[in-house]
Design a protein around this ligand. Structure first.
Ligand code: M6R
Length: 609
């Protein structure tokens, strides 16, 4: 949540800051601001709303400078407003911050007692005043910032500049992502690499507890106590095109259509493989997975839904017991640890605060067999697990997760097969058939995408609805949950998912002609049961929208709309059936005119609790 960009260079860095903020806007977009040092001293511009509003202010004022920090905000403390927008200033310095300062109230009370006045409701302003106060007794800027952050509790990434030291920016990281970008013409910092590709590919990823001083032609990193540390410089492999919209209207649309390529990249290693090996999950995987007794999957949101699908696979195919838990619940629950549990964390960003904290909680309970399934190789999550599988979906910018989900499912299916094999439940012929199915998956998904025109035609039926019900059974119940999440997230239609067998235990009371009911109806062992559930809906006047398979006998009739997916895909059918639900929510959002990529109140990566 919140995006930071900082730059100190030989040139006017305002265009760099603004372009960086545009790239980071997916992280938060309720206000934006920047602070510069130029011949007039410290200049601050802030705007409620999007980066475009801030850009308009820059155009009006002609703001320019060689040193600056900038921020795009997702409100935590204090409503979205110009006065709460970052940077916050105190005594000639300016601070931008991502994260939450948990002890801000106590610090605020001390600072107020010392005469500091607060002009915002944010926790960040505490940081600005703390550093200003520290500078009165600690003249060195870098030392003063370090001494101040040593007093902070919580998670943060910050960037600070000071009017009287126009060639210096101080940054620090604890719990929220921050990296440095290096170039011959200046040095930079940002919340993620996409913001800096415009100026450099040379990145240095800061670790928690790192602080850095950036100047035009050099930088240094220390720990909070001042001990110098070296962090490796890495060449970013991120393609600039990967974060551009290209011919698409929205990132979500682009990312839905990128799914065949994302799957193909994620499963690339299978192209020439004759078998599925534990090494896919890391060098120690064979030893670690050998005598695993159960699997515990921890994640949030869409990633949690991927875990729910995997539970069906792991229990049915690998014969291993599996629990799936929302990270924000697991981290605070008294649970019974078993050191022979494989703890699987799933996250697109690898920076989700609840997932990271839940992993730390599991480790503290003695569960050291940990695996991250993650789309960002440099993320915190990947650094903190013993095993890892990097999905290769490419950057996902749209707040609604799509290609990350299907690639997570592909990774979880591979894990299922590896565990099935290690437990003697995968015959050679079964393994060969699974490899063939996985290799064909990108083509199968591409065929489902061809249904877009029919799905678009359905979208209009939902435009005026307030509620929708999604139904599924078995491993397609989590797919119904994912469909409901997508619809509510981007079209603001209230949507709930139920296991279709639960309908008559309560939710059937909601069904009338105003309630569209979307059914995920693959031609699997539960199809006849599902058909009976759908009859229960129809009998109450509910309008049904059914996603069936080509070989199913389901036919459209009065009040029953049916779309047939091109083929039934066995155990992997969940990966196909989620795609029309993604497309449906996308087109419903278009009809309703909502902001598809930046839905209200949300942000892409939830790095605060
Ligand atoms: O980056 P993560 O996968 O850890 O994010 C988890 C959720 O915040 C995320 O999936 C969220 O639910 C999406 N916006 C759903 O589309």
């Amino acid at each position: 949540m919140c995006g930071i960009v900082a730059a100190v260079a030989d040139r006017d860095i305002v265009p760099v800051l603004l372009e960086g903020l545009r790239k980071l806007e997916y992280r938060g977009y309720d206000s934006a601001g920047l602070a510069l040092i130029n011949e007039n001293g410290l200049q601050r511009l802030r705007a409620l709303g999007r980066v475009a509003e801030l850009t308009a202010q820059v155009d009006e004022t002609g703001a320019a400078g060689n040193t600056g920090i900038a921020h795009t905000r997702w409100a935590t403390h204090g409503a979205p407003s110009e006065r709460n927008a970052h940077p916050h200033i105190s005594g000639g310095l300016a601070v931008v911050h991502n994260g939450i300062i948990e002890n801000h109230e106590a610090l605020r009370a001390h600072l107020k007692a010392d005469g500091y006045e607060f002009t915002s409701d944010t926790d960040t302003e505490v940081v600005a005043h703390l550093i200003a106060r520290e500078l009165q007794t600690t003249p060195d800027f870098f030392t003063a910032v370090r001494a101040s952050i040593a007093r902070l509790q919580g998670a943060y990434a910050i960037a600070v500049l000071r009017e009287v030291e126009p060639d210096r920016i101080i940054v620090a990281r604890e719990g929220s992502p921050l990296l440095l970008g290096l170039s011959d013409a200046g040095n930079y910092a940002a919340s993620d690499a996409s913001a800096l590709l415009q100026v450099t590919r040379r990145m240095v990823y800061l670790e928690n507890g790192d602080c850095a001083e950036l100047k035009r032609d050099n930088y240094r990193i220390t720990r909070v106590d001042g001990t110098p540390v070296e962090r490796p410089e890495k060449e970013s492999q991120l393609s600039a095109d990967a974060v551009e919209l290209g011919a698409y209207r929205h990132y979500m649309q682009k990312e839905i259509f990128e799914q065949p390529a994302a799957l193909s990249n994620t499963l690339e290693m299978l192209e020439t493989a004759h078998s599925i090996q534990p090494g896919l999950f890391g060098a120690d995987a064979e030893a670690m997975l050998k005598d695993v007794r159960q699997v515990l999957i921890i994640a949030c949101g869409t990633s949690y839904h991927a875990g729910l699908v995997a539970r069906y696979w792991l229990e049915a195919i690998a014969g291993i017991s599996c629990a799936v838990e929302v990270a924000s619940e697991y981290r605070y629950r008294d649970s019974v640890p078993d050191p022979q549990t494989l703890v699987v964390t799933i996250s697109q960003s690898g920076e989700t605060a609840d997932t990271l904290a839940a992993l730390q909680h599991a480790k503290a309970l003695g569960m050291t067999r940990t695996l991250a399934i993650c789309n960002v190789p440099e993320s915190s999550l990947v650094r903190e697990t013993a095993l890892r599988f990097i999905t290769r979906a490419g950057p996902e910018i749209g707040v609604a997760s799509t290609k990350a989900f299907t690639t997570q499912l592909a990774a979880l299916y591979l894990l299922t097969l590896v565990l099935a094999k290690s437990r003697g439940r995968l015959t050679v012929s079964h393994e060969a058939a699974e490899l063939t199915a996985l290799r064909h998956l990108p083509v199968a998904v591409a065929k489902v995408l061809e249904l877009e025109p029919q799905i678009k035609a359905w979208a209009g039926h939902f435009a005026t609805k307030q509620h929708a019900l999604f139904l599924g059974r078995g491993r397609h119940y989590p797919i119904a949950m994912e469909g409901a999440l997508k619809l509510k997230e981007i079209s603001y239609i209230h949507a709930e998912a139920y296991a279709a067998g639960e309908l008559k235990h309560g939710p059937l009371a909601l069904v009338d002609k105003e309630m569209p009911v979307i059914a995920v109806a693959p031609n699997d062992a539960l199809i006849e049961k599902l058909k009976s559930n759908l009859q229960e809906v129809r009998a109450r006047g509910g309008e049904l929208y059914v996603f069936a398979d080509a070989d199913s006998e389901m036919q459209a009739s009065d009040g029953i709309h049916v779309l047939h997916l091109p083929e039934h895909y066995g155990a992997l059918s969940a990966l196909l059936h989620v795609v029309p639900l993604q497309l449906l929510s996308y087109h419903v959002a278009l009809v309703r005119g909502t902001d598809v990529d930046k839905p209200r109140n949300l942000a892409k990566s939830v790095t605060v609790e």
